[in-house]
Ligand binder design. Structure first.
Ligand SMILES: *Cc1c(COP(=O)(O)O)cnc(C)c1O
Length: 522
């Protein structure tokens, strides 16, 4: 574009260009319709011979009209799914600072191991004699989990952190019932992950909140005040979701045990302490471990999770089936209470088969390639990186618990935005325009306008420096009064601000073919 003097002028704003393209595409970012909208029923990517005519045995259930599946040529199908995959933000495309989620790099060595046919192509109903190596791998993974947590037994079958919580709490319930104790409440600190009270409620307990002290930590007195003969357990996270180590954890464990209750630890934040402290030594009775966080197996839409649970001596008897037993004849699964014999009283079974084999392989590959010292260093680096971010932003962003270092995540509140007209939500959306997935927002609930940043150990110093510089620039813009830029954000994403409440409350789960009249109206 030339101005009246014949000099080039700056291009128009991005949003103006966006309206103008004929295709709706923005540069090489392709606007991708649903497959049902592009597919044609008379097209297929494969040539199959006409099937021989056979009499239908479906009777009145036989389909009367065409099935209406979208048909695409092979290249069209390829492009559709590749374009969709490119709309995903992933740990492989950029820094993913989502606090409490441990979005760390998934080493490719793990992928290579998980794809070995002996692990990838097995079936849970195969004869045990043909999968001895796979069972031994599960046993070896369990051994590493027990060694790093200092616990007595492990159930590997739960398929996510929340599923592991259910498993641990069911074992606690079974242990109480075995001694004829019908306790009804579970203590949960206010800063807990939402899955903790949800799990307790699902298992049939009523939840009693434990407030955090002014330092963001749970105090033994606040726990003792709420303990009684009716309390089955406390569910505590350490480090907690404010990114702080619970200093009084052993005093809390002692008080809980003295009241005849159990100590469930949410181990999703284990990444901060592997090789530094063993939860078993802190008095924990049951804890889930997110293999998809601490032990680097993919998560967040990138693959199935795995939430093995470790148990103390006090609870080991009640761990669920199946579990691996090594005998002179090889490895076997104990699948039933009867098979468990007198040594155990499993509360039952939590999932159909034995858990997520691919995740087990990836996690053990991570453990073996790091070794005990490497995993300790990973924890130290995770904590160092979080503190580096905290220090890099402390003069511009407000810290609710600024005294002393944090653990693996740095927690900010929204006081630094006071008077700017910019909210935590606006700030997070502006990060999307800068090419970053936002941090965890408005969680933990104990902090106003919370922003929880977890860089993990896998980010380089250069990557963190750029992230810190970007956030510093955004804070400065907010303080300079560029409020519109924040309210409009994201301006450069494929979609702008979505009505997330409506999407959650009345999701459209079924594609309806547009009626001819609505097509005409468009
Ligand atoms: C991630 C997380 C969970 C839940 O784990 P899922 O695998 O997502 O079910 C529970 N507690 C805490 C503290 C977490 O960070």
């Amino acid at each position: 574009m030339l101005n009246s003097e014949g000099r080039p002028t700056a291009p128009a704003a991005a949003s103006a260009v966006e309206e103008k393209t004929f295709t709706g595409n923005r540069g090489l970012q392709i606007e991708e319709p649903l497959i049902f909208e592009t597919g044609r029923e008379d097209v297929t990517g494969v040539d199959l011979p006409e099937p021989p005519k056979a009499p239908s045995r479906l009777g009145s259930h036989a389909r009367k009209a065409a099935i209406g599946l979208p048909g695409l040529t092979e290249p069209e199908a390829m492009r559709h799914y590749v374009r969709l995959s490119q709309k995903n933000y992933a740990i492989d495309s950029g820094l993913y600072p989502l606090g409490s989620c441990t979005m760390k790099h998934n080493p490719r060595l793990n992928e290579k191991m998980a794809r070995l046919p002996g692990f990838a192509d097995i079936h849970p109903l195969q004869p045990l004699s043909t999968v001895q190596g796979a069972i031994e791998l599960i046993a070896e993974l369990g051994r590493w989990l027990l060694a790093s947590t200092g616990m007595a037994s492990v159930a590997v079958s739960p398929k996510a952190g929340a599923h592991g919580e259910a498993c641990g709490m069911m074992a606690i319930k079974a242990a109480l019932e075995a001694r004829g104790d019908k306790r009804k409440t579970v203590l949960v600190p206010e800063s807990a992950h939402g899955t903790n009270p949800a799990t307790a409620a699902l298992i049939g307990y009523s939840v009693v909140d434990v407030p955090a002290g002014p330092d963001g930590r749970v105090h033994p007195d606040a726990v003792k005040e709420r303990l009684s003969g009716d309390v089955a357990a406390i569910m505590l996270t350490n480090p907690n979701t404010c990114g702080l180590f619970e200093r009084d954890v052993t005093a809390i464990a002692d008080a809980v045990h003295a009241a005849g209750a159990y100590f469930y630890a949410d181990g999703a934040n284990f990444n901060a302490i592997v090789g530094k402290v063993r939860p078993g030594d802190l008095g924990v009775d049951a804890m889930h471990i997110n293999l998809h966080k601490t032990f680097s197996t993919p998560h967040g839409g990138g693959g199935p999770g795995a939430g093995p649970v470790v148990f103390s001596e006090r609870l080991a008897r009640h761990a669920p089936v199946p579990f691996v037993r090594l005998t002179a004849d090889g490895a076997e699964f104990v699948e039933t209470r009867r098979q468990a014999g007198k040594t155990a009283e499993p509360f039952g079974r939590i999932t159909a088969f034995h858990g997520q084999m691919g995740m087990f392989v990836r996690a053990l590959s991570y453990m073996l390639s790091h070794g005990a010292d490497g995993m300790r260093q990973a924890s130290e680096d995770a904590v160092l990186n979080a503190n580096y971010i905290k220090a890099g932003l402390a003069d511009l962003m407000s810290l609710p618990y600024g005294d002393g270092p944090c653990m693996h995540e740095a927690l900010f509140d929204d006081r630094f935005l006071e008077g700017t007209g910019v909210t935590t939500l606006d700030f997070a959306k502006a990060m999307i325009d800068e090419g970053y997935h936002p941090m965890t927002m408005y969680f933990p609930l104990v902090v106003h306008g919370a922003m929880l940043i977890e860089p993990t150990e896998s980010e380089s110093k250069a990557s963190i420096d750029l992230f810190v510089a970007t956030l510093r620039d955004l804070v400065m813009r907010a303080k300079r009064g560029e409020v519109e830029r924040f309210r409009q954000a994201p301006m450069l994403a494929p979609r702008r601000r979505l009505d997330e409440t409506r999407a959650a409350r009345s999701p459209k789960l079924k594609w309806e073919k547009p009626q001819p009249w609505s097509e005409a109206a468009e």
